[in-house]
Design a binder for this molecule. Structure first.
Ligand SMILES: Nc1ncnc2c1ncn2[C@@H]1O[C@H](COP(=O)(O)OP(=O)(O)OP(=O)(O)O)[C@@H](O)[C@H]1O
Ligand SMILES: [Mg+2]
Length: 259
């Protein structure tokens, strides 16, 4: 039985994928969870990039679904198999088994409307897959609305990342609103300020207090860090960051409050 499903969301480019990968490193090294699944639900699939794992289109859920459509059109699928069974088998096929965790890249379908249908299957995919894991980490697309409506019911914690910007704060508030509108049952909604100047911290804590929702908590801030930029620019595997790295250590202090 899955004990935790954690989804990371926030405005585009604020550091969601970066923090998700550092969270993954923390989860792996804590040795508290045996079976770990990472779902990259961002259509511009980039968790693979960050961890030096090239994932071709054919290996993504979107890619599998596109091939499936071809097979259906060519009537290569036996009639007695249900649609859900087919989709499930394609999803298991898309799973990438790595040494310490499994990775599922949602990717996007080809052609108009396909991205949508990939995301529509996300809720079902989480339900089916999560049974086999102790913990599931989800990199959620920035536009949470659509995603949330389909998938949120089982997601236990939501981490919202923001930078020190009006748009980042606005997206944070909008995400909380959406979870209410669609009655998503998150246990905790945790806000992290990333690339956030220490002397502006109170602007974020005040804003989080104003949300007036008992689930929403301020988790802390993390600074802009040159080492993180360097790892990114040199295309190194972020999972290989030293556990003594000061940014990683600060991030771990925040994550320890979640796990
Ligand atoms: N604390 C930090 N210090 C320096 N650079 C950072 C920091 N956090 C993130 N970055 C850099 O910012 C860029 C965007 O980060 P990332 O890809 O994690 O954001 P994202 O929210 O996942 O973006 P997207 O919405 O496009 O998926 C990357 O180049 C990353 O290396
Ligand atoms: Mg990302």
């Amino acid at each position: 039985m899955v004990s935790k499903i954690i989804s990371v969301s926030g405005k585009g480019g604020v550091g969601k994928s970066t923090l998700l990968v550092l969270m993954l490193k923390h989860v792996i090294s804590s040795k508290k969870y045996n079976d770990i699944l990472v779902i990259d639900a961002d259509p511009d699939a980039n968790i693979g990039d960050i961890i030096g794992q090239e994932v071709g289109f054919k290996q993504t859920v979107g890619g599998k679904m596109t091939l499936l459509k071809d097979k259906i059109q060519k009537r290569q699928i036996p009639l007695e198999v249900s649609k859900n069974q087919i989709i499930e088998s394609e999803v298991f096929d898309a799973l990438i088994e790595l040494d310490d965790f499994d990775l599922l890249e949602m990717g996007r379908g080809e052609g108009e409307g396909c991205y949508c249908s990939v995301n529509n299957s996300l809720k079902h995919i989480i339900d089916v897959l999560s049974k086999n894991y102790d913990i599931v980490l989800i990199d959620a697309p920035a536009g949470l609305e659509h995603f949330a409506r389909r998938t949120g019911q089982d997601v236990t914690d939501l981490v919202i990342v923001t930078d020190a910007s009006k748009m980042g704060f606005h997206t944070m508030e909008r995400i909380v609103e959406v979870t209410n509108e669609v009655k998503l049952d998150f246990k905790n909604i945790l806000v992290i300020g990333n690339r956030f100047p220490e002397d502006m911290k109170n602007l974020l804590t005040e804003r989080v207090e104003k949300v007036k929702d008992s689930r929403v908590k301020f988790l802390g801030i993390l600074p802009n860090d040159d080492e993180i930029s360097k790892i990114n620019l040199l295309e190194k595997n972020l999972l290989d960051i030293s556990s003594e790295n000061s940014f990683y250590k600060s991030a771990e202090e925040l994550f320890a409050k979640i796990f």
